[in-house]
Design a protein around this ligand. Structure first.
Ligand code: BGC
Length: 433
């Protein structure tokens, strides 16, 4: 909800814009705005052999369409990737640290792997790119999952220890840090995903436990979690201790968390919208108060009636999964996230899974125009990081769904810019749509 001050500010902004003959959402974004693209370690690096999913991708049954294998070989080709970011004219790159590489065995930290990420951070600076670093993007070490994952009694302390160790090696070069990726949806997907998928996920976890000789195997992004409420409490505690650990090393480093947020809209009488907002984000939006910023990741809107979610309107443009592509959804989610927390917002993900790059090239300026309108209304937005720099391993869908601004040949690992990369790049260079 926008408060009265917000409404007044937006009215004034609109009047000022029309008096100057400007169109909605035109004009420069704030000075220092972060324009970037995003990736996550397990989705691009390849051969992440000590991670929970490396095992689950090959057990029987598995929910994964195919194993991650070589990824897009960003573990070796990270310099090429940074060159792509720079060539687009972007000034920020979001990537994640892989806990399973940094702590492949419980309590044993790899200096060589920490150095690897240190080189990426230095590589960003050498190219004028600000590193936006996620400490944990879904995957956890295999030993952590085998010990019960996030539901194990010492999970939070283990995460804090990892964050502290990684921060000691890396924090001085990081621009913005986030602790966890989309923890608000963990275990909360019942009702949003097909029931069969949740069943396969459970059977896959059981197969993972058998394969690792452990009593259980709970992966970092397990779809089906025995106790979602407990999981949420633990992840909120994980975010807090992770943040404190990073801050203990470098107090002035801005730290936040990235939440998955739809643009929730109400349709008709007794809409479920507010109840759904409470269910999916409420506790998190309260927990992040006091953070330096909030990461918002938006892909869709949800239109809620009194009985459920409406299907896409007739004639809507849709993504590869058949969901509606609705450009104003980003601004809608950002407005709500700010109104609920008072925090500056970083868009840490936004994009579309599609083989039709003209859809992406259309979405980017449309969504950014609406985002700029929200900024003109007074919503503090510090950056926009498009998901993703590259086509990559889209979790259970494998390499079949494409979110990249660049395509990747999976034999040669050659990267090729799509036309949408130039669209985002020219907006970034102008700092205006
Ligand atoms: C995740 C990414 C994922 C993207 C597209 C986000 O939920 O953070 O890892 O690839 O959405 O589905």
């Amino acid at each position: 909800m926008i408060d009265r001050r917000g409404l007044l500010a937006s009215g004034v902004a609109l009047l000022a814009a029309s008096a100057l003959g400007k169109s909605r959402g035109s004009g420069p974004f704030p000075t220092g705005f972060l324009w970037g693209a995003a990736t996550a370690a397990h989705q691009v690096e390849g051969n992440n052999v000590n991670a929970d999913l490396w095992l689950l991708e090959t057990v029987k049954p598995t929910a994964f369409a195919e194993p991650s294998g070589d990824g897009v070989n960003s573990f070796e080709l990270w310099e090429t990737d940074l060159d792509l970011v720079k060539a687009m004219g972007l000034n920020a790159y979001r990537f994640s640290l892989e806990w399973a590489r940094i702590e492949p065995v419980r309590g044993r930290f790899s200096v060589a792997m920490l150095d690897h990420y240190r080189r990426i951070i230095a590589g960003c600076h050498a190219r004028g790119i600000s590193p936006v670093v996620t400490f944990n993007h879904f995957t956890t070490p295999r030993w952590f999952a085998a010990a019960g994952g996030w539901l194990a009694p010492d999970a939070v302390e283990l995460f804090a220890r990892y964050c502290e160790r990684a921060a000691r090696h890396l924090a001085d070069g990081i621009g913005h840090a986030t602790t966890l990726n989309e923890p608000n949806l963990a275990g909360m997907l019942k009702g949003l995903l097909p029931a069969e998928l949740l069943e396969i996920d459970q059977a896959m976890s059981a197969a993972g436990a058998r394969a690792s000789g452990s009593a259980e195997f709970l992966a970092g992004n397990a779809l089906s979690v025995p106790d979602p409420e407990k999981m949420r409490e633990i992840l909120i505690a994980g975010h807090r201790v992770g943040r404190a650990a990073i801050k203990s090393v470098r107090p002035n480093l801005p730290v936040g968390v990235s939440l998955a947020m739809f643009d929730d809209q109400a349709a008709g009488k007794d809409s479920l919208r507010d109840a759904m907002r409470e269910k999916y984000y409420g506790p998190w939006l309260r927990a992040v108060k006091g953070d330096d910023f909030l990461g918002v990741q938006n892909y869709e809107r949800s239109v809620w009636t009194s009985s459920g979610k409406l299907p896409p309107p007739a004639g809507a443009r849709t993504n590869a999964m058949g969901a509606e592509v609705y450009p104003p959804s980003l601004a809608g989610a950002v407005r709500y996230a700010h109104a609920a927390t008072g925090l500056p917002i970083a868009v840490t993900e936004h994009g579309v899974g599609t083989d039709d790059d003209t859809l992406r090239a259309w979405l980017i300026p449309e969504a950014l125009t609406e985002l700029k309108v929200a900024i003109d209304e007074g919503v503090p937005v510090i950056g926009y990081l498009h998901w993703s720099l590259l086509d990559n391993f889209e979790w259970i869908f494998g390499y079949r769904i494409h979110f990249g601004l660049h395509s990747v040949d999976r034999q040669t690992f050659a990267r090729t810019p799509k036309p949408s990369a130039a669209v985002l790049g020219s907006i970034a260079r102008r700092n205006a749509v």
